[in-house]
Design a protein around this ligand. Sequence first.
Ligand SMILES: [Zn+2]
Length: 289
Amino acid sequence: MNNHKMPAWLSGALIVGAAGLLWLLESRRPLRRETEPRLGRNARNVAVAGLAAATLQLVERPLIQPLTALVEKRRWGLLKCVPLPLWLEVTLAVVLMDYTLYLWHVLMHRLPFLWRFHIVHHVDLDLDASTALRFHAGELSIATGWRVAQVVFIGVSPLSLSVGQTFLLLSVLFHHSNIRLPIEVERLLNRVLVTPRMHGIHHSIVEDETNANWSSGLTLWDWLHGTLRLNIPQDWITIGVPAYRAPEEVGLGEILKLPFVEQRPTWVLPGDGQPVGVALPAADNQLAP
Ligand SMILES: [Zn+2]
């Protein structure tokens, strides 16, 4: 039986190092103009994240960690049906977790009950590495059910889980970040991984644009499902959702309460009841035509 995990110091160092580097690059080479002052926003997002992390320690950790040990011991799940070299098993587990997270993300948007929670992530008026951590504790608690299914059906060992979660955190920090990579570099990276300009389109206030680019790690899933959208130049995008555009409506208290109060129709501007128009594609500064 193999109950090894990635050492906590290693994943911790990678994540803290990446977050610090991205924060620095966001100051030096921002991709999008900011709507709200950065420090206050970052503090708010870190507070939401702190609450979510504490909830995960209580809800998810006591369930998922022992479950991965059980998967390893009893050889449950797809990847445990056949003997595989360790490196291949871990790689396949990470890839399959990434794919099933794509499906979960689609459900978060499509099912009204789940959207009530996921909207907290999307009402951020700006997008940067701190948004990557801003998930409502309720969303992550509900997602525990999905995670249980992932572990059992895929056959996720303790090692695969620790590698997968580290990969996911690094990936979400990166593609939510507000860093302006040279467009040629980003085009190349984007063939494999979700990148900041690609994910920026998913955070647009235009419904059609949000209903694209659901992948969290590999671009492949959006490509396979025909939901990849790269032809929106970043300068054309307004981040957020039409229903909540005023900074005072998306303060810390407001967003924590949001899943539990009556919500406005997401995709129309309050007052005029009109959806937001689709941006016309422009020639340059887009990832692909
Ligand atoms: Zn989303």
